[in-house]
Write a protein that binds this ligand. Sequence first.
Ligand code: GUN
Ligand code: FE
Length: 454
Amino acid sequence: MSGIELAVTGRMFHAPTPDALGIIDGVITVGADGVILDVVHDASSPMAIELVSRARTVWRMAPHERLLPGLVDTHVHAPQWPQLGTGLDLPLESWLFDHTFPLEARYADVGFARDVWEHMVPTLLGLGTTTAVYYSSIHEDATRLLAERCAVGGQRAFVGRVAMDHPTGTPEWYRDESADVALERSRRSARDVFEIGATAGLVKPILTPRFIPACSDELLVGMGRLADELGCTIQTHCSESDWEHANVRDRFGRSDTEMLDAFGLLRERTVLAHGNLVSTTDAALIRARGAGIAHCPLSNSYFANCVLPLRRLLDAEVRVGLGSDVAGGAWPGLLPQCAHAVTASRMLEDGVDGSIDGDCRGVSGSRIDSVTAFHVATAGGAAMIGLDAGAFIPGRRFDAFAVDTKRSANGMREWDGIDDESRIFEKIVRLTGPEAITSVWVDGRLRAGRAAVV
Ligand code: GUN
Ligand code: FE
């Protein structure tokens, strides 16, 4: 009896549920197929020693390293990578037309697309983003190149060509000419990505009607049918800001969630980006359909006009993942988003306007902590998109990253007699810089950094 490709020994954190930090000081074994076989909590136990002795390769983590499940970024606009960190001074609707659509239109140039993907995919992987759910641009070639770059680089990815055809919700120089054209391009593009995934693994297509304001009724209905035809999941934006929410209400007299459902787009594993303004009944519908929300806390601080009630949604058993929303979120990677999700929840809980009496300034019961944020960034996002990853549990894929607390340039250090493991976890979430991420693993294979595997 063999089949153990890799045994990892050391200290590990994970958050399989929203409110409990799992601390493992032991051994994880991984099969040649990248699936976790065993998780043993004591590295010196006879069982652990036996498993390590049977492994083809062994990685003994350094004393100041910790292993964490790979980050699942459930909302990334890949073509917006060159505007990361810039241009967030406008409201969403003007930002889209003045900054974003002109940049996305440039991906007709495949050389430009290749250059951006070459820079972006390794950078995100190096930050511990083992899975990304990508919006591409409207271009099929750029989208195919993105899927290929992820497959070659070893990043798990859902890749979607953006569909958008609305005559007033999009500029005439960056849109699909008609619903039929959009559907045909999306069908071809999804087949391209299917093919890349079938050959190289790791990547899957996802149908991507940008959001209701950018799509005609025909396109929205057609996308639901296409999802049936191809067996694809769907991503779109939902109730992101006052403007977006009102745009859908003015057009249909119903909420974004209700209309996505009416168009056949609210399904098992549909990813709804933002969802800040969903009502309690919307949330119940999202849960009933098995869809989920990609929470993008940093972007929301600029564009949303409010804070997502994350705690309330989790309590209502709505699936939620975390998203960077590159480039509405001006920071790549998800650890800073975890920290910001906590901050935003505290501001929602306490309120923000000091001229209002403290008793009625905020929304009580809104706060989350680092464990909940990290859960959403890993196991929560994985569950939302139907991925067997996000926690160190036998049967799940071994997607992980290691942090060396000694390497951080951000003042992270383990203080003897002061820091226990749960404090070290909090420090990792808040203080890890890219330089402290020592290795990144997807499907049991080292994809970035270094590890002392023997
Ligand atoms: N809604 C439609 N498109 C976009 C986008 O690119 N970014 C954000 N934040 N919201 C959107
Ligand atoms: Fe977005």
